[in-house]
Design a protein around this ligand. Structure first.
Ligand SMILES: Nc1nc2c(ncn2[C@@H]2O[C@H](COP(=O)(O)OP(=O)(O)OP(=O)(O)O)[C@@H](O)[C@H]2O)c(=O)[nH]1
Ligand SMILES: [Mg+2]
Length: 327
């Protein structure tokens, strides 16, 4: 099969790729014609490989925030795609890592639950990483008796020979996976993966109302948008020191008033967030407000405050307060 990868009229790359099926087809499907399909399609993988970009591409909405820094996603976020006879419940999850503080432990727990309740696992890797990173999670994936789809993302950064070598390597590592080379950024081959997921969904009644898009609240997405702007505007450890909570959310017909607090884990970080004469915080506020206006569909008045919550990343009580507790 020949795939032409193009963005508009510009051909970015020209790949000649077979879509690899599992060596053993253990998931023979036999659906009655009118059966309803539904399932949890859980996206997992190492940090920064493009999980959130993929989830947004599948769902067709900008639900998860995306930055070029690792560990952007901290929660499990569901994105639901509904059809007359199917419901796909996608979950974006934090990248797999070796935890160094309690926040990271909580992030990893979201991955663990996603591994347990998945009907289909979408394991994401990219053209850069090697399979031995976080090998124990791959072992867990390998042992699952459910369909596994392995996505090799960011193929736009690569070439045919490198890709073929990668596919060969992953066929050895996950012999039962359906392997798809993709570029989530350019939506290359993602529609084909979407169709495959639909085909592999198990027969189930819907888990959520058919008009639901996500399990998260508007407040949550506002917090995430602000966090995204922090990730994009500050360097080094600063974004990792921050958490955002919406403190007030008043919806009006034409104007939504939002007050959010940015919590930092150290006193010194407060000044950096605010910047000289408040310029840095103002920039974050302006960028966030524009996105929030699009999201809520009204004009937005956004007030941002900065507070120190010392070492919040290592305190159970703080983590609960910030919503990192699991059911
Ligand atoms: N070149 C290229 N970049 C991509 C592609 N997909 C995602 N990216 C970029 O990779 C970076 C990380 O993307 P995310 O979707 O945030 O990755 P993630 O796996 O969710 O990362 P964490 O939440 O930190 O675990 C961003 O800068 C994306 O724009 C792709 O297909 N090609
Ligand atoms: Mg992410």
């Amino acid at each position: 099969m020949r795939f032409l990868m193009s963005i508009g009229a510009v051909v970015v790359n020209n790949f000649d790729i077979a879509v690899y099926r599992p060596k053993s087809t253990i998931f023979a499907a036999n659906f009655s014609r009118m059966a309803h399909k539904a399932g949890f399609v859980n996206i997992i993988g190492n940090p920064n490989v493009g999980k959130s970009t993929l989830m947004n591409a599948f769902v067709g909405e900008r639900l998860s925030i995306i930055t070029n820094k690792a560990q952007t996603t901290r929660h499990r976020i569901m994105g639901i795609v509904n059809g007359d006879d199917f419901q796909m419940v996608y979950s974006d999850t934090p990248g797999i890592l070796k935890p160094h503080y309690k926040l990271q432990e909580a992030m990893l727990k979201f991955v663990d639950t996603a591994l347990v309740d998945a009907d289909i696992i979408v394991y994401v890797t990219d053209m850069v990483e090697t399979f031995d990173k976080n090998g124990e999670y791959l072992e867990k994936v390998r042992k699952k008796n459910i369909p596994i789809i392995l996505l090799i993302n960011k193929i736009d950064l690569s070439n045919q020979a490198e890709l073929e070598a990668k596919i060969q390597m992953w066929r050895e590592v996950l012999p039962n996976a359906y392997i798809y080379p993709v570029s989530a950024l350019h939506k290359f081959n993602t529609a084909e993966v979407f169709e495959k997921i639909k085909e592999l969904l198990p027969e189930n009644p819907p888990y959520f109302d058919k008009d639901e898009l996500t399990d998260r609240t508007q407040r949550f997405f506002v917090q995430e948008i602000i966090r995204e702007k922090i990730f994009l505007n500050y360097k080094k450890e600063i974004p990792y020191s921050c958490e955002v909570l919406v403190d007030e959310f008043k919806e009006g017909q034409e104007l939504t008033r939002i007050r959010a607090i940015i919590y930092v884990s150290r006193e010194q970080h407060k000044g950096i967030i605010i910047g000289h004469q408040g310029a840095a915080l103002k920039k974050v506020g302006t960028e966030a407000r524009k996105d929030i206006e699009q999201f809520v569909g009204t004009k937005v008045f956004l007030e941002l405050l900065v507070k120190v919550q010392k070492d919040w990343r290592d305190k159970d009580q703080n983590l609960r307060f910030f919503g990192y507790e699991q059911d």
